[in-house]
Design a protein around this ligand. Structure first.
Ligand code: MG
Length: 343
């Protein structure tokens, strides 16, 4: 009995620390709006810490390592994948949360879950599914769908309201309900602009001197400097304020780099791979919508509720690059003809 009291006090001590040390604008674990299905609290971990762990243990999280960010991953081991991007976002979001006395655990959970719904083959996958499905396709909505309806054989992860909100609202057009969600949204942009610049240089399609010098003058010429500049600027602009944002000067420079990357890299990177990925996903989408019974059973559970285009998108978007290629080959490429041992 005494032991149980001791164990219970771990979570209670964390919650008490949050009340003592976090900003009045931070989302305290004890104040969560909770889960759709009520659960008994954990003795050791706050609800946001539990959410982070559920995401890390999920199958969708494990698959991020074999999903392309921008550059098709098998071409080089040092390119960023969805997983390393997610870890970058988590690290930057936690740094922002720590400097602003926000809830680091909540920021971490949102960051680790924000891209769970991303397609194989990078953004081209998202564009293809969006153009094929009458419902459209947005990776942030899909990330929420993954944690709500797809993980754990359809039971979902039953995450807290605040983590779910942060995942759904992480795009720059979103409006997260918590400051931790705002921190993740900015961290996402800081992360991808900078690691994509590094990857583009690694791929030989960009030189550091190609970057717009007006943005470099504000943010710095090296990745580590640019990330530090952004975090320091967010700290100076947002500390003890009810919002997480950059100054106009740093935001404008960041946007300038982002636009530059769209023009020079995102549209051009792996052009032929993008074309082939598009054809593969399109053919598989057409095949599975016409042969819906060929989907793995767990996706069929949502068929009546959501219709076949959406469940086909669930299946296709959950695929890793290599799994997608394997399914495509099985469906459309004749395998070697074998006479077998008995003929
Ligand atoms: Mg992202």
């Amino acid at each position: 009995m005494q032991d149980a009291t001791k164990i219970l006090s771990v979570r209670e001590r964390v919650c008490a620390r949050e009340n003592d040390f976090l900003s009045p604008y931070a989302m305290k674990s004890a104040d969560t709006k909770g889960r759709v299905r009520e659960e008994k609290s954990c003795d050791f971990r706050t609800d946001f810490q539990r959410d982070r762990d559920r995401i890390i243990y999920s199958n969708s999280f494990k698959r991020l390592k074999n999903k392309t960010q921008v550059f098709f991953s098998p071409l080089g081991d040092h390119y960023i994948t969805r997983l390393t991007h997610t870890l970058d976002v988590s690290q930057i979001a936690r740094s922002i949360a720590r400097t602003l006395d926000l809830n680091e655990d909540l920021a971490e959970a949102i960051a680790l879950g924000h891209d769970l719904g991303h397609t194989p083959f990078g953004h081209v996958g998202e564009r293809v599914l969006a153009s094929l499905s009458e419902h459209g396709f947005y990776h942030n909505e899909q990330s929420l769908r993954v944690v709500d309806y797809i993980e754990k054989d359809g039971r979902g992860l039953n995450l807290t309201y605040e983590v779910r909100d942060g995942i759904l609202q992480h795009k720059s057009s979103g409006s997260p309900a918590t400051l931790e969600g705002q921190a993740v949204s900015l961290a996402d942009r800081i992360a991808y602009i900078n690691h994509d610049i590094e990857d583009a240089i690694r791929a030989g399609i960009l030189k550091e001197t190609d970057l717009p010098q007006s943005a470099v003058a504000v943010l710095g010429s090296e990745t580590k400097t640019r990330i530090n500049t952004a975090i320091a600027d967010i700290y100076q602009t947002s500390y003890q304020k009810g919002v997480v944002r950059m100054s106009d000067r740093v935001m404008n420079a960041t946007n300038e780099l982002r636009e530059f990357m769209f023009e020079r890299v995102y549209e051009l990177a792996n052009k032929s791979i993008q074309e082939r990925s598009k054809r593969m996903l399109t053919q598989m989408f057409e095949y599975f919508t016409a042969n819906i019974d060929k989907l793995p059973k767990m996706y069929l559970r949502l068929l009546e509720k959501d219709g076949k285009e959406r469940v086909v998108c669930d299946y296709l978007s959950g695929m890793t690059d290599r799994y997608a290629i394997g399914v495509f080959e099985n469906l459309f490429i004749p395998s070697t003809f074998s006479l077998g041992g008995n003929s």
